[in-house]
Design a protein around this ligand. Structure first.
Ligand SMILES: [Zn+2]
Length: 130
């Protein structure tokens, strides 16, 4: 298993947000990081995990548990208003009416979903980033 610059870049930007949030909450440590990735986001969960392990030592997120939530990919058909699950690609055929749609409603997520901090004053508590 190895990770690419792609995953390192993702972790680095996540760490920027984590540092900022930790400072805002006077956290001394981050205990849990929850990331949400879409099924067609182009990000491999295992590579991301590996990148996280490689990039966090020495940072505020060192030792934090990384949780990855995968979001299934869904497209919407304008012709018959059906929502259907998709695998990969850019244009999708509706299984109900066979119309083509490029209207992806979910599956491209790549975001920090939640963080849990430990502060000097309180026990770790969930914090919703957005
Ligand atoms: Zn349809």
């Amino acid at each position: 298993m190895h990770f690419t610059m792609h995953e390192v870049g993702i972790i680095e930007s996540a760490l920027d947000v984590i540092r900022r949030e930790a400072r805002a909450h006077h956290a001394t440590r981050v205990t849990r990081v929850v990331m949400r990735i879409g099924a067609i986001s182009g990000v491999d969960a295992e590579a991301l995990r590996f990148g996280f392990e490689a990039c966090t030592p020495g940072s505020i997120a060192e030792g934090a548990a990384l949780e990855i939530e995968t979001v299934p990919a869904r497209a919407h058909c304008k012709a018959c208003a059906a929502d259907f699950t998709i695998e990969s690609g850019f244009i999708f055929q509706c299984p109900r009416c066979a119309a083509f749609s490029g209207d992806v409603r979910s599956g491209r997520e790549l975001e920090l979903a939640r963080l849990e901090f430990a502060t000097a004053h309180e026990k770790a508590s969930p914090h919703h980033v957005r």
